[in-house]
Design a protein around this ligand. Structure first.
Ligand SMILES: Cc1ncc(COP(=O)(O)O)c(C=O)c1O
Length: 380
């Protein structure tokens, strides 16, 4: 099956009882055994659920992987991967990972004696140099949130393979419609399914996909043991979203390209970061490994925090909201929103400057999005 067919059909069979073309929501906690020791493959929904199994099979198929394991959020999926490590292990991680991931690593997991080194993974040498005797995981996000740094997945894969290190990729920003990290040597792909995969701002969810049977067995054990599983209804809503993933991603890419080109030529904008612009340092790697550049743009406004606030407050169509990857265009200003708690010095050191704005370009008519940005930019 080709990708677009898999999105609509993989894992989905007509319901055996009624023939329903859309799988039922198996909203049940438990399952009645036929006799002692004889169930129908399901015993308790924390361990497995038919609606969730369909989603897991569908996601595995989209990534070209063997196993999908779903979680109640992207964060619980990342946490589950880290639960495969042991006290004393070291992780090499992209320096611009989503803030929730660095919070999990720096504020919680360090207490369990895990050690983290952050590197600019766009520079593959930095990844190699950070590897130590006790490095057990390389964790890459590409493109990153919010600076949209791009990593050469194949080159990092070669390092991970040569040193026998587990290699995980958070591909939330690209989705399997645009990037399939297992093809480039990743052992694990992770998604916040909250974003493009479900696509309509309707659920919180996460997923891990792997082709490695040992990793899958460990992840399934962790999934049922920690119990951070998505509800059957959320799995069902995610499956519904996935049916249009390919169509949506095409439109996100087209719209974002036009918006990025508009912003790049605007006098109030200092700099635009979009992997589909030739000015982006990761343009050639992204062109090589991705089938499109996705819908995320970050830009640096001239005029810092006051300019950011004015832009945000004057937008009428673009929603001032913290998430991303949905059909609605959403915008955030890290200095006053997502990263307001980070001390200014640290924020700046991480490249999260006062005028930085992150835009998740939706699937509305692109002219309406550009008109809205243009009228708000006029006012800063
Ligand atoms: C790249 C990335 N990874 C992981 C997460 C965490 O996902 P969730 O919010 O579903 O827990 C996010 C959330 O924004 C994200 O952007």
């Amino acid at each position: 099956m080709k990708f677009d067919t898999k999105a609509v059909r993989a894992g989905i069979k007509p319901d055996p009882t009624t023939g329903a073309i859309v799988p039922p929501i198996y909203q049940t906690a438990t399952y009645v055994l036929e006799e002692v020791g004889k169930d129908k493959g399901f015993d308790y929904t924390r361990a497995s659920n038919p609606t969730r199994s369909i989603l897991e099979e569908n996601l595995a198929s989209l990534e070209g992987g063997k196993h999908g394991i779903c979680f109640s959020s992207g964060m619980s999926a990342v946490d589950a991967v880290l639960k495969m490590l042991k006290s004393g292990d070291h992780v090499v991680c992209s320096d611009d990972v989503y803030g929730g991931v660095s919070r999990l690593f720096n504020d919680l997991l360090v207490n369990y004696n895990l050690e983290f080194t952050y590197v600019n993974s766009s520079n593959v040498q930095e990844v190699g140099s950070a590897v130590k005797e006790n490095t057990k995981l390389i964790w890459i996000e590409t493109p990153t949130n919010p600076l949209l740094k791009v990593t050469d997945l194949e080159a990092v894969g070669a390092i991970a393979k040569s040193k026998n290190i587990l290699y995980g990729v958070d591909a939330t920003f690209s989705t399997p419609a645009l990037l399939r990290p297992l093809e480039f040597g990743a052992d694990i792909v992770m998604h916040s399914t909250t974003k493009y995969i479900s696509g309509h701002n309707q659920i919180i969810g996460g997923a891990i996909i792997t082709s490695n049977d040992d990793i899958a067995e460990k992840m399934k054990f962790i999934q049922k043991t920690i119990g951070a599983v998505p509800s059957p209804f959320d799995c069902w809503l995610t499956l519904l979203g996935i049916k249009t993933l390919s169509l949506r991603m095409k439109r996100h890419c087209e719209n974002a390209q036009e918006v990025a080109e508009f912003l790049e030529s605007h006098p109030s904008v200092e700099r635009v970061s979009y992997p589909g612009l030739p000015s982006h340092p990761g343009f050639s790697i992204a062109s090589k490994q991705m089938d499109g550049f996705s819908g995320m743009i970050s830009m640096e406004l001239k005029g810092g925090i006051p300019a950011g606030k004015k832009l945000m407050n004057n937008l009428k169509l673009c929603a001032l909201a913290e998430s991303l990857g949905a059909v609605e265009t959403m915008i955030t200003h890290p200095a006053t929103m997502t990263h307001a708690d980070v001390p200014e010095k640290e924020r700046h050191a991480r490249g999260l400057t006062d005028g930085l704005v992150r835009l998740s370009v939706g699937i509305e008519d692109v002219n309406d999005i550009i008109d809205d940005l243009a009228q708000a930019l006029e006012k800063i």
